[in-house]
Every structure is written in C-alpha cells, then in structure tokens.
Design a protein around this ligand. Structure first.
Ligand code: HEM
Length: 139
C-alpha cells in the first residue's frame, strides 16, 4: 500500500514538472489536414510567383512538401518530429535575400487566408518562423 502511494505521488510530481504541451496553434491551423493544405497552397503560390520560383526549379518538391509539413506541425506545437536538414544547411549557397524571404512569407499568408485561418493564428505561426530568417538569408 505504501509503495502504491509512493508511486502515485511520484507520478504526480513528474506530471507537475512537465509543462503541458500547448497545441492551440496546431489546432487553429487545422491539425495535420489543415497544415497539409496550407503547405500545398503555399507551394502552388510559389510556383506562380516570378519573384522566387526560380529557386525551386531543381528541387524535390515532394520532399520539400513533406519536410515543411513536419516543420510547421512542430512549430505549431503539434505531435510531429522534424526529420529534415537544418535551415542553414538547406538554404546555403542560394544567396537568399530579405526580399526572397518576404515573398515566401506572403505566399504562406495567402495560403493560410485561403484556408480560412484567422489572423491571430497566422501571426502566431509567422512569429515562430521569423527567428529562422537569420539562418536562411545570406544578404
Ligand atoms: C520561413 C521561411 C522558410 C522556411 C520555414 C523554410 C523551410 C524549408 C524546409 C523545411 C526545407 C526542407 C529541408 C530538407 O529538405 O531537409 C527547405 C528547403 C528549401 N528551401 Fe526553404 N524555407 C524558408 C525560406 C525559403 C526561401 C525564402 C526560399 C527561396 C526563395 C527557400 C527555398 C528553399 C529551397 C530551394 C529548398 C530546397 C533545397 C534543396 O533541396 O536543395 N526557402 N526550406
């Protein structure tokens, strides 16, 4: 009995020490299905964007799609693991600029709007991605 009580107390302490996972952004983006539609919408927008489409000419788009879905899921607090390369590794040598970055963000915003994602949720995702800019752009 005393051992059982000890086990219960220890598991309660363990629970209390783990901050609850905040998946509210993941839910606001429509979970896996919503994030998939957002990423695919963004890639379609990029395909029609003369400012940046050239960067994607020789890219394995299926891989990029899958890695972006994983990454956005993780950033939104969803139950995923990112298995792709680092942001530095995947963008090095592309000489990406601040304007390239902004163009991609615009395409992402348009895709989220098309999926009916509310503005506060859009801004939360962008705020999670913004710190990656330093690893992505070169000049
Ligand atoms: C917040 C901004 C961005 C995020 C979160 C992001 C995310 C990613 C991810 C997850 C990958 C896949 C890595 C892998 O294959 O393991 C990737 C690759 C790539 N990204 Fe980005 N990216 C961003 C900005 C940009 C911009 C601005 C451009 C160009 C205009 C760009 C062009 C590319 C290209 C061409 C690849 C494929 C590289 C290759 O396969 O060799 N990305 N990015």
């Amino acid at each position: 009995m005393r051992t059982l009580l000890l086990a219960v107390v220890l598991s309660l302490v363990a629970c209390a020490q783990q901050p609850p996972q905040d998946d509210s952004l993941y839910l606001a983006l429509g979970q896996q299905a919503g994030i998939t539609r957002i990423v695919e919408g963004m890639l379609l927008n990029i395909a029609a964007d003369p400012r940046i489409v050239r960067h994607f000419a020789n890219v394995d788009i299926v891989r990029l799609r899958n890695k972006l879905i994983e990454q956005i899921c993780v950033e939104a607090g969803g139950p995923c693991t990112y298995t792709g390369d680092s942001m530095e590794e995947s963008h090095k040598g592309q000489s990406l600029t601040r304007s390239d970055f902004n163009a991609l963000v615009e395409n992402l915003q348009a895709a989220m709007t098309a999926q009916g994602v509310a503005m506060p949720a859009q801004n939360r995702l962008l705020a999670r991605l913004a710190p990656m800019r330093a690893q992505i752009i070169e000049r």
